[in-house]
Design a protein around this ligand. Sequence first.
Ligand SMILES: [Zn+2]
Ligand SMILES: [Zn+2]
Length: 460
Amino acid sequence: MFKNEKISFRLIGGENEIGSNCYYLDIHGTGIILDAGLHPEKKGLEALPNFELLENQNTDYVIISHSHIDHIGSLPYLIQRYPHLKIYTTPQSRDIAEVMLHNSLYISNKEIIDGDPLPHYTHEQLDLLTETINVVKFNEYNELIGYRHLRNEQINLKFLDSGHILGSAGILLETSSIRIFYTGDTCASKQTIMAGAEYPEKPIDAMIMETTTAASGIITKRSDEIKRFAKSINKIVDAGGSILIPVFALGKQQEILALLHNLIKKGSIPELDIYTGGLGNEISDIYDSHRYTSRRTNNKLKLKEIPQLKLDYENLLNDKYFKVPSIVLAPSGMVFDGTPSFILAQRWLKQKNFAIFFVGYLDPDSPGFKILHSKKNEVIKLTESAEEIKVMCEVDYFRFSSHSNREELINLVKITKPKILILVHGEPDGMIWIQTKVQEKLPNTKVIIPKLGEEYKISD
Ligand SMILES: [Zn+2]
Ligand SMILES: [Zn+2]
């Protein structure tokens, strides 16, 4: 068996982008994989991390930070390849994983008809896979015990609430000689439901940090953004229009629904009909079932009790289906081809007095990004094969991010004082900004922007 004395890091997927996130740690011969994501836009094998890079490495554990597809979507393929891996996540993330992975398989099964299939697995295999996921509660230490006979040293795992979505965790790994912290997707400030991240109290040796929002220098106060959101909704409603809000089914739908509910309760916006549906509603049920077992701003809030009309996917093209005015929360958040928000956006764009409001991250290659950066009366095509549309509706963006802004990320580095900082899950410009800033403020911290497959020594 391959043995070594060092501690090292390798990037297995998600180089310079937010996609098939996957990282590998070798801690004195014990192999730990952090996350196993699937790229949300790429198809077939292209969407997977480069699992070949794990060949000839020791592999013992895979630890999942949260159940967004870009962090868990390739787990079934990883387990097909390395069935002996022991899987760990939080109890909330396991419940969500079950729903997300079945949904992801349902979509990829549909795509097999179009060719370029991923290696196949079944819904039955998925049920077995989710059965084998080990859960560790937040803030509890758990000693990693794998299936291989060789145990080099004791490694403790602790999950800290990362404040991003239900179940999302920062991952703290400790041995007698080193403390390593992976932020996962992290949000330092509280959102409408989530209470904001908790971080390790003592300094750590190496930190793997996400940088989703680091490319943006625009930092807004959440309370100001909420006021602007309410004002913009009122403007559209007063003019007799409806609002489409493209949302991720996991996280964003629940946060925006709770926010709209609060605004209605306070009288900041009128009692509007809100449409929700599909996968997002299944996820809302999981949010409700864990409302007393997760950190919340308000444990009493039950999403299911907020009045909602069913977003019926069969009726997306039916003009008479939607009440006007109303607010439609439809996946996907980035308006990917073929999803409900894609179909609805094409209707909305043509209507004066209507509006499309974006509330989350938009990949520069996504149709959502194209809509956001279009001008009134401009003729656009959402995809190569889509129809040409003249932009008539209002388009706006509201910063309700579920990720820390770049100042908060720098703050986190100041608190944790890592000797080594590895930047992941972001665009190159953002990572370079963080690197420059950290080198200026914390000259003793070595900053690494990792290249795919390259080995970086963290410690001897
Ligand atoms: Zn996420
Ligand atoms: Zn992510």
